[in-house]
Write a protein that binds this ligand. Structure first.
Ligand code: WQD
Length: 337
């Protein structure tokens, strides 16, 4: 049985990926410092799959601790690296926190892999590396634009660090550039746990639906899009999780065409904010209280993926659509206090 280390494995995307790894028969080791998650997510994972991952509460910013971890665990076959901070707005206010959390940790993990001769690495990247791409849908060869935030910069730098490392080592790596991950596991036992006021659209929508928030502010109604609101590619987190399994299988079976590959992971369909609201109202069965306000600083007009490469090379397709994702997000929201 192959053993996979999942850093950030108790987080939103990490926990869903652990579930899918276990479903596929992988043994899982989780590292998570609980800075953006809670330990009961571990129990929820176990209650879904009936299998207990190994869990270590370890701060990846502590180089010594990372080295100790790799000394202790020398039978890891691959690593999926989620551990990072991901709040765009916060990254603008606290850039050094983001460069520590997202870059130092990556370097320490890569060093640990080298010492243990672990050569299969999946990196959590983001469509944010493209900024506002010039052509839709976005392909993997679209150029990086100047990052809109330190968060986005850490994803661009992270990919470059990995690429440079693959050139001088036996490391084989895949960067998955996520579009907008949404939804929750069908069991409603795991999902997105925003801390404080949600920055992302879907948690704010579901909290408004649950009357936790008074009204959703739609940031901008004057974009050059069909209905004036910004367009994104909202992908169900379970489909996204499955893309990680497909990518890891590709490396474990030595099917990669290069030592560093990137894939856009989205649905290939763009949805506007108003599309999301309409779909949510259909799912929840009641109108959503919203108002259109000024644009949010730093937002782009539209982004949706060309998924041709991922479909072909990873043999992976999305199976769930926007309404499926919103239905699971709504079911999850209703379990929260
Ligand atoms: C989506 C759309 C907003 C909130 C960011 C990161 C990306 C990834 C996902 C980490 C935009 C609009 C939002 C609200 C709104 N993060 N919106 N009212 O900005 O596309 O992507 O989060 O991996 O890397 O860049 O996602 O959910 O914040 O916004 O109208 O209260 O919803 O303007 O058009 P975004 P988002």
């Amino acid at each position: 049985m192959k053993k996979i280390l999942v850093t950030g494995g108790l987080g939103f995307i990490g926990s869903h990926t652990v579930v899918e790894l276990q479903n596929e028969g992988y043994e899982v080791v989780i590292i998570d410092d609980l800075s953006n998650s809670t330990i009961d997510v571990l129990d929820k994972i176990i209650s879904i799959t009936g299998k207990e991952p190994l869990y270590e509460n370890l701060d990846l910013k502590n180089q010594e601790s990372v080295q100790q971890f790799f000394k202790k665990h020398n039978t890891i076959d691959g690593i999926i690296h989620f551990a990072a901070s991901k709040a765009v707005g916060e990254s603008v206010e606290k850039p050094l926190k983001y460069y520590h959390n997202n870059i130092s940790t990556l370097i320490y993990v890569l060093e640990g892999m080298k010492s243990n001769k672990v050569n299969n690495f999946i990196f959590s990247s983001s469509c944010t590396v493209y900024g506002q791409a010039d052509v839709m849908p976005i392909t993997e060869d679209a150029p990086f634009k100047t990052a809109e935030s330190p968060y986005g910069n850490t994803k661009q730098i992270g990919e470059e660090i990995i690429f440079d490392t693959t050139k001088v080592s036996n490391l084989n790596a895949i960067a998955l550039r996520y579009f907008n991950p949404i939804g929750a596991h069908e069991s409603a036992k795991i999902g997105e746990l925003p801390i404080g006021v949600p920055q992302n659209l879907i948690p704010y929508v579901t909290q408004t639906g649950a009357k936790i928030r008074e009204q959703l502010s739609v940031f901008g109604g004057d974009y050059p899009t069909p209905d004036g609101t910004a367009v994104r590619d909202y992908i169900h987190v379970v489909d996204l999780a499955k893309a990680h399994i497909a990518a890891m299988k590709r490396l474990l079976e030595n099917k990669n065409n290069a030592s560093f590959e990137v894939f856009n992971i989205g649905t290939g369909t763009g949805s506007s904010v108003l599309d999301v609201i309409k779909a949510f109202e259909k799912v929840s069965g009641e109108p959503l209280n919203y108002k259109i306000v000024d644009r949010r600083e730093g937002d782009i007009t539209e982004a949706y993926a060309d998924t041709t490469l991922a479909n072909k090379e990873l043999n992976w397709q999305t199976e769930l659509n926007l309404e499926d994702a919103l239905a699971t997000a709504w079911k999850w929201q209703q379990t929260l206090k």
